[in-house]
Design a protein around this ligand. Sequence first.
Ligand code: NDP
Ligand code: 2IT
Length: 449
Amino acid sequence: MPAGLDEKLEPVYQHVLRRNPGETEFHQAVREVLESLGPVLVKYPEFAEQKIIERICEPERQIIFRVPWQDDRGQVQINRAFRVEFNSALGPYKGGMRFHPSVYLGIIKFLGFEQIFKNALTGLPIGGGKGGSDFDPKGKSDSEIMRFCQSLMTELYRHIGEYTDVPAGDIGVGQREIGYLFGQYKRITNRYESGVFTGKGLDWGGSCARTEATGYGTIFFVQEMLKARGQSLDGKTCVVSGSGNVAVYAIEKAMALGARVIACSDSDGVIVDQDGIDLDLLKQIKEVERRRISAYAQERPGVSYLEDGNIWTVPCDVALPCATQNELTGKDAETLVKQGCIAVAEGANMPTTPEGIRFFLEAGIAYGPGKAVNAGGVATSALEMQQNASRDSWSFEYTEQRLREIMINIHRTCYETSAEFGVPGNYVVGANIAGFVKAARAMVALGLI
Ligand code: NDP
Ligand code: 2IT
């Protein structure tokens, strides 16, 4: 059963349901935020008068377009792409592009909505947006990926810009795709506008530590949550779902801080390596060879591979969902806590179902929601924009240090806000309120926009 909504907010939520039929992930993301906002309306009555919540749930602009491309056999393929420009009160729309067959408007809207509050929490001048396509990159050749990216950008270029909307990567979109997208943007516009995209390669305007940022930031947040409870990562057993960009660098930083990471996964299965994951082998298989995680078990004796396995059945101290939305259910939450898990931090966006979140909060374990925990990625994107604007490039150490400070600040802001609203340590309430208030104040200041 969902938790109750404040009586002023129930009609707002019902209105969102009516106006956005069938977009269940978007409904879920809106409800989670609204559940935190009741006390905010008491403290800031101007937000209700100005209909800020109603306004923030409606994207400023939504773009949907056809992407025709030719596969290697010469067949014409048609995909659909989206860019949802959700809120620009704090800065240009900012958020990644996702290529995955499950993508539809409801997924991009949930991600764009979350991005508003996440980006506000970074303290940097970025609004919220998200885009993507139902294109499936799995099994595609490099030339197919390039042709698809070029076709997509042939429409998208007219909607983006360094002061307008700045895309980046997400599921299925990494440095290779960003290169093809940025290359086509440059060609069409005849402008070397580095700040129009983040997550670029280091040779062509990218920032040190952007590749690592989401995973590293996730672990910095875990460190702060554990510190607040008088504990540390050293010697803790961790389980990380996924084996993509976020998962790999969460594993790297967790291990560097003395944790033992024993399991990760992809959408086909789970590997459990009791000796601790061999990071070089994992990177070789996932980043260089682009193979499935089952290959890891084939290459390393003693590793078990659980086809279609559920990673949350592997006992651990710290669980890090870093794959996709709704990958950790109420039942999984129960299993984790029963088996001794003391902390959960979301590298992915909305990976825990509402039932799972409720279970973690009631169990009183440290639970960090995605919009706070994984904000290090977009924060470092904003640092990349800063470097591009000043035609500068910072060292890895300096950029990582900035990231660390940002994550410590986000943790502190969420903690203090949760305490201010009477639920100390409830990072869901802390992140939702702190992110919302920042964006809402800007919206009030900017007039009826
Ligand atoms: P990648 O494409 O690099 O990796 C995604 C991983 O998650 C893969 O292992 C993939 O397995 C798995 N996965 C994806 N979709 C599903 C699915 N439907 N079911 C099961 N497994 C799935 O993406 P990222 O690492 O960049 O993103 C992971 C999560 O982190 C996403 O929720 C994203 O929104 C979030 N995030 C990413 C940021 C970034 O900077 N990249 C920043 C903040 C959040 P398979 O290969 O089998 O599909
Ligand atoms: O979900 C996210 O925050 C991202 N995919 C990163 C967005 C960005 O603009 O770096």
